[in-house]
Design a binder for this molecule. Sequence first.
Ligand code: HEM
Length: 386
Amino acid sequence: MNPRPPRIDPVGDKNVVRSWVASSYADARAVLVNASARVPPNTRPSLETGGGAAHAIVERGAFLRDLWMWGCEVDRRPQRHKAGAAALGPKSIDALAAYLKGNAANLLADAKQAPEMDLVADFARPLVRDALMELLGIAPAARASLDTQVGGMAPFIPGGQSGSTAPYFALAAVAQAVENVWAKPLPPLAGASRALRGAVEAGELTLDEALAQATLLLFGNSYTTLDALAGLLSRCAEQPLLWRAARDGTCSVAELVEEGLRLGPPTHLALFRDAADDIQCPGGTIPAGTRIVLPLDRINRDPAAFDRPDSFEPGRSGPLHLAFGGGRHMCVGLHLARAVIRTGVETVLSRLPEWPADTRIVRQPGILGGPSVVSLTVPAGAFHPC
Ligand code: HEM
């Protein structure tokens, strides 16, 4: 492992280490599993609300935002993380499998309705959205508008704060919508809502903590899985050998998905930690008080951990990528994300054994950093019958 010296903030006192970029796989793992590496706390900006009812709604949104993983009460974080992980645990996701498959097939069947299909807008986006909404018990008719409100929380990315009141309004409205759903009997597949409501009944979470977790799940779901699924489909459209390998069983869809997650998107994400104490890493000691930056894109391409790191090789040997992070804050949505991406790829593979030459891919800078596939258009005639 190549030891990397800490980066000294050139603006500050030369003797004070202000930030450390942990870009090697070994250092990143060491940081993520170290209890002294804390997620930087929330700092609430001052928000101009004009008072009255609007002020109360913004305050409500800001209060719930403080209960997300960046909230200051370090003691309550494990309970909140546990409840989020239980909400999206393997049991809920296994129970969703048939629904996911059916929804993916239905969404693709709609390809017949128009001369061409945008696999991002008409397939991947609703597939990702419906999966979590089904787990939360949100009625199909309410999903599109709730999704728009979830989109209103975008300025919170990447875990920062916003001086605008709009995302706080959106958060308060999303929490209210979930609370309304929880006030009634939950549909059979609403395992996530059942688990969160159960944590309140068991006294493990307050109602506000549970609602905040539900809004955090909706927020965490909104870009990541979509970026990963659309990114992987477009990569396969551009590399026919890859698609044929999956179709012919030379590599499994699960292997394709894992390599897609390693090379991203959405692994362009950078994570942040503050060192509460000295942290020992293979690359050196990170002194207490340092802000640590973990650039997942570089970590997942560390040549010391992955042979031919930039090459897309499904089924490669070596350590598991860190696209979902690691340690105490490891992504709670990973089972759901994997299930949705795999089902999405399998369904497209079964209906589209070859990508047509006139497939059109449009990329734009993504909200999580790196390029995001915003449209992937295929002539409807290219799809095989169901
Ligand atoms: C391909 C898809 C996804 C990727 C690559 C991804 C990535 C990540 C990463 C890297 C973290 C760790 C953040 C940190 O340590 O600072 C994280 C945390 C989290 N993710 Fe995901 N995520 C994905 C999908 C999802 C989904 C589908 C959900 C919810 C439905 C979700 C909800 C969360 C939550 C709530 C956390 C915070 C965990 C905690 O600290 O309590 N993610 N995700």
